[in-house]
Design a protein around this ligand. Structure first.
Ligand code: ZN
Length: 389
């Protein structure tokens, strides 16, 4: 089975290349906004006619223009007008791509409204601004981009940009997105199609409890804390935020402090991703079966506690475990049925009373085994995962 993976690397464009990228981001933004100007009124007037099923193709209902129609008018046509002739200065591929992205964004919004798309609500596409925190442009396979023998990323009408190859690309990428983030850093994000890479079979299986006191606790009793490099990045972020909060609104110093906070945020995100990669790779390599508690179920148990950061981090980590397991031929399952893992004894399966979070150790009244709360949870998850399989 082919899996699409993203590989991201830092880019270091020189001054001329940064100017060319700014021009490209600007053109991409313009084409996106021009497309919105065309599509929005059509959608709005169709909406007045009632739900899609009640409409007929005739009458006042208007066909919504899609990327091929828009491409003719907003790219090829626009280049011949004095107002948009500068679109010719950049590669046309990212411009066509952003129109396809707009199609997808509308589809996602509509499917989300009708309930065909699961997950959080997707709003309608919005106008892009030069002040947006993230600027990007995507080059697909038909754009003439390549990785040079010297290891630079050669982009049409931009030049050969320096790349830091922090890890190997497993195979030839099908597309590359160039991104500038809020901290002013540049990245190349490659999409790579990889086949399965099954690992030799092994026997151990593991249950994982994602916790608040440790990042993860394993059914074999191992407790995994957040690594020092991540804690250090988090401390620096807190400090930068404190400094920012003391700066006066609208001052030049506040602007500087804001960039520092953005940089610190980016460092924390990088450190966290790196840690998740390391840990998930190790767990997949060493175990044949990997089981975690479903986060939605877990969420119920801790409603108010330190939700945002932890939940986002766990979800990304669980996703990595899932795709790596699939690629490597491992069994992975989220234990999704309702399971009071912190109340169930992993020795005799008696269900004990609910326990407040500060209780780190408890003794089963039925079999008198004393449990570490988190290790017991991980063991219950392991047993439940095995039973469901
Ligand atoms: Zn017991």
């Amino acid at each position: 089975m082919a899996v699409q993976l993203r590989y991201q690397y830092r880019l270091y464009p020189d001054e001329a290349q940064r100017a060319a990228l700014a021009r490209l981001f600007g053109c991409v933004r313009t084409v996106w906004n021009d497309a919105l100007v065309q599509v929005k009124p059509v959608k709005a007037s169709n909406k007045l006619l009632g739900p899609p099923k009640a409409r007929t193709a005739e009458g006042p209902y208007q066909r919504v223009p899609k990327s091929p129609d828009l491409s003719r008018e907003l790219i090829a046509g626009a280049k011949k007008t004095p107002q948009r002739e500068w679109l010719d200065q950049v590669s046309a591929v990212p411009l066509q791509q952003v129109l396809r992205d707009a199609d997808k964004a509308w589809a996602a919004h509509e499917d989300s409204k009708t309930g065909q798309r699961k997950g959080p609500k997707v709003g309608h596409p919005k106008f892009k601004s030069r002040r947006d925190h993230r600027q990007s442009a995507r080059f697909t396979a038909n754009a003439k981009w390549k990785i040079t023998p010297a290891g630079k990323l050669s982009l049409p009408k931009i030049g050969d940009v320096k790349v830091t190859w922090s890890r190997d690309l497993p195979s030839a990428p099908t597309s590359v997105t160039v991104v500038k983030d809020a901290a002013g850093r540049y990245f190349a994000s490659f999409v790579v199609e990889t086949g399965d890479e099954p690992l030799p079979e092994t026997t151990p299986e593991v249950g994982i409890d994602l916790g608040l006191t440790h990042f993860a606790v394993l059914s074999d009793g191992t407790k995994i804390a957040n690594p020092r490099f991540l804690r250090r990045a988090e401390r620096k972020l807190k400090k930068a935020q404190r400094i920012l909060s003391r700066k006066q609104e609208g001052s030049a110093n506040r602007d500087k402090a804001r960039v520092k906070v953005a940089r610190a945020h980016a460092k924390v995100a990088d450190a966290r991703r790196e840690f998740h990669h390391q840990l998930s790779t190790t767990l997949i390599r060493e175990n044949q079966g990997i089981y975690v508690e479903d986060l939605a179920v877990k969420g119920l148990a801790r409603t108010r506690l330190a939700k945002s950061v932890h939940d986002a981090g766990w979800a990304a980590f669980v996703h990595m475990l899932e795709y790596k397991a699939r690629r490597c031929g491992r069994t992975f399952a989220k234990v999704s049925r309702f399971l009071p893992s912190s109340q169930t004894c992993s020795e005799c399966w008696a269900v004990d009373a609910p326990k407040p979070l500060h209780v780190r150790e408890w003794t089963c009244k039925a079999c008198t085994t004393t449990h570490d709360r988190d290790v017991n949870s991980a063991r219950v998850v392991l047993a439940a995962g095995r039973a469901d399989r």
